[in-house]
Design a protein around this ligand. Structure first.
Ligand code: PXG
Ligand code: PLP
Length: 443
C-alpha cells in the first residue's frame, strides 16, 4: 500500500494512472515522486529536498503549504461542500467574483468561473462568438490565435493554439481559425534582457489576416501576453499595443490568456497592468487559488456582459457553464490566496526581485550550448542548441540532472523555463542558477 507520509514508498501499481503530458513508460521505469511540499521546497519519495524553480507548473505563486488556504478550504468544506451552480447560488462565489473583478482596471468587471485554464479559454471563445451573434453580427465567427501559442487542451484552445504536437493528433479541430506569426527571433533578439526591441511590426500581420478574411467574419484574437508553455516568448516593445489598436480599428475582440502571466508573475497583478493594454476578456487559472484547488475564470468587460443582459428576463442569457463553476471550495481557496498576495505584497515583491533575477539568469550566457536567455518579471527561458537529430534530448537530460541535483526546472523542446514562487529569496535564486550553471558546464 502507498503510504503518503512515507518518503521512500513508490506505489506498487504505477500502471493504471495514464499520466498527462508525460513519457509514461520512461517515467514508470524510474519514477520521480513528490510526497510533500513546504515554502520553496518539495520533498521527494527518496527523502530529498528539491527547490521549486517552476512554482509547480507556473501556479504555486505564494509558495507551498500555505496554512491560511488549508484552513479556508477546510472551513468552507464543512460549512457548504457544494450547491447547484445553475439557477442557484451561494454567497462565496459572488464574493470571489467581486474580489477578482476589483483587481482589474477599467470596465473589466464581470467574472465567469471555470475549473482550469483550458475551460477558461473555451468559455472566453464561446462568449466572443455569442456576443457578436447577440449584437447582430453573427458572421463574426473566425477566431485568430498565434503560432506557438498554448491555450490548453479543449477543442477551442487547441484550435487557436499553435504548438504542432498539441494539435496534430486530433483531427480537423475548429474551422474558421487562423494564426498570427509568433514573435521569436534569435537573429534579432538573442539574449535581450526584458522586452526585446525588435518585432512590434509582427502585430501588423493581423492587418493581412483581416484583409484576407474581412473583419466582418472575425470574432476575436487570443494571445498569451507572454507566451509560457512554448518556451517563454517575451512580447517585443509596442507589439501588444499594436494588436490592441488593430483590434479596435476592426471591432475584433482581444482576449489575453493570462493563465501564466497573471497573479504577480510579471511583478504586477496581471500582464494587462504591466503592458498597460486593456483587452476585452482575460483568461485566468493557476495562481488564482495558488493551485490548491482547481479553478479558472474569464474576466469580461462591461460592454460584453451588458449585451447579454437584454430580452426576456426569464431567459438564460448564456447557455454555458460547468457543474463546478464557482465551486464553493475553490472560491474559498481563491479568497484566501488573494488575501496572502495582498498581505505579503507578493506582486511588488516579484517586481523588486526581477532585476536580481535578470542578472542571475543572464550570468549563464556563454555556457556550453546556451543560444538564448530571455526574461521578464520572475520568468526566464534558457534556450539550448538541440543535439543534431535529437531535438528535446539535451534539455530533458538537463531536467533529469537538475532533479538529481535538487532543483526542479521545466523544459519544453530544448528550452528551460523557470518561474519560481514569488516568495523566492535571493539565496534560492543563487542556488537555482548556480546548480543549473554547473549542470550546463558538464552537459
Ligand atoms: N492557457 C495558458 C496560457 C496556459 O499556460 C492553459 C491555458 C491551460 O490551463 P489548464 O489549467 O487547463 O492546464 C495554460 C496551461 C508548461 C505548462 O510547463 C503550462 C501549462 C500547463 C502545464 C504545463 O509550460 N499551461
Ligand atoms: N457529461 C455528462 C454526461 C454530464 O451530465 C455532464 C454534466 O452534467 C458533463 C459531461 C459535464 O460536466 P461538467 O459540468 O463537470 O463540466
Amino acid at each position: 500500500m502507498f503510504d503518503p507520509t512515507s518518503t521512500s514508498n513508490i506505489p506498487a501499481d504505477l500502471e493504471a494512472f495514464w499520466m498527462p503530458f508525460t513519457a509514461n513508460r520512461q517515467f514508470k521505469a524510474k519514477p520521480r515522486l513528490m510526497v510533500a511540499a513546504q515554502g520553496m521546497y518539495y520533498t521527494t519519495n527518496d527523502g530529498r529536498q528539491v527547490l521549486d524553480g517552476t512554482a509547480g507548473l507556473w501556479c504555486v505563486n505564494a509558495g507551498h503549504g500555505r496554512q491560511e488556504i488549508v484552513q479556508a478550504v477546510a472551513t468552507q468544506m464543512s460549512q457548504l461542500d457544494y450547491a447547484p451552480a445553475f439557477q442557484m447560488g451561494h454567497p462565496i462565489a459572488f464574493e470571489a467574483a467581486a474580489r477578482v473583478a476589483k483587481m482589474f482596471p477599467g470596465d473589466l468587471n464581470h467574472v465567469f468561473f471555470a475549473n482550469s485554464g483550458s475551460e477558461a479559454v473555451d468559455s472566453a471563445l464561446k462568449i466572443a462568438l455569442a456576443y457578436h451573434r447577440i449584437k447582430g453580427n453573427g458572421t463574426r465567427q473566425k477566431l485568430i490565435g498565434r503560432e506557438r501559442g498554448y491555450h490548453g487542451v479543449g477543442f477551442g484552445g487547441m484550435s487557436v493554439g499553435g504548438i504542432p504536437t498539441v494539435r496534430k493528433f486530433f483531427g480537423g479541430l475548429l474551422g474558421g481559425v487562423d494564426h498570427l506569426p509568433h514573435t521569436h527571433n534569435l537573429e534579432h533578439n538573442a539574449f535581450a534582457q526584458g522586452q526585446p526591441q525588435w518585432g512590434a511590426h509582427l502585430a501588423e500581420e493581423l492587418e493581412r489576416i483581416v484583409a484576407l478574411h474581412d473583419a466582418s467574419n472575425i470574432a476575436a484574437v487570443i494571445v498569451e501576453p507572454v507566451a509560457g508553455s512554448t518556451g517563454v516568448l517575451i512580447p517585443p516593445v509596442g507589439y501588444l499595443q499594436k494588436l490592441r489598436q488593430i483590434c479596435d480599428k476592426y471591432g475584433i475582440l482581444l482576449i489575453f490568456d493570462e493563465v501564466i502571466s497573471g497573479f504577480g508573475r510579471l511583478g504586477t497583478g496581471f500582464a494587462t497592468d504591466y503592458f498597460g493594454v486593456i483587452p476585452d476578456m482575460v483568461c485566468l487559472a493557476k495562481g488564482i487559488t495558488n493551485a490548491s484547488v482547481p479553478m479558472g475564470a474569464v474576466v469580461v468587460r462591461e460592454e460584453i456582459h451588458k449585451a447579454f443582459m437584454n430580452g426576456d428576463e426569464n431567459a438564460i442569457e448564456l447557455f454555458h457553464g460547468y457543474t463546478y463553476s464557482g465551486h464553493p471550495v475553490a472560491c474559498a481557496a481563491a479568497l484566501a490566496t488573494l488575501d496572502i498576495y495582498d498581505r505579503e505584497d507578493l506582486f511588488a515583491r516579484a517586481a523588486s526581485l526581477a532585476p536580481y533575477w535578470q542578472e542571475a539568469v543572464h550570468s549563464l550566457k556563454g555556457l556550453p550550448h546556451v543560444i538564448d536567455i530571455r526574461n521578464l518579471g520572475l520568468i526566464a527561458g534558457i534556450e539550448l542548441e538541440p543535439i543534431p537529430g535529437k531535438p528535446t534530448a539535451r534539455a530533458f537530460e538537463c531536467f533529469l540532472r537538475a532533479y538529481e541535483a535538487g532543483i526542479l526546472i521545466r523544459t519544453t523542446g530544448d528550452i528551460i523555463a523557470l518561474s519560481p514562487p514569488l516568495i523566492i529569496e535571493k539565496s534560492h535564486i543563487d542556488q537555482l542558477v548556480n546548480t543549473l550553471g554547473d549542470i550546463l558546464r558538464q552537459l
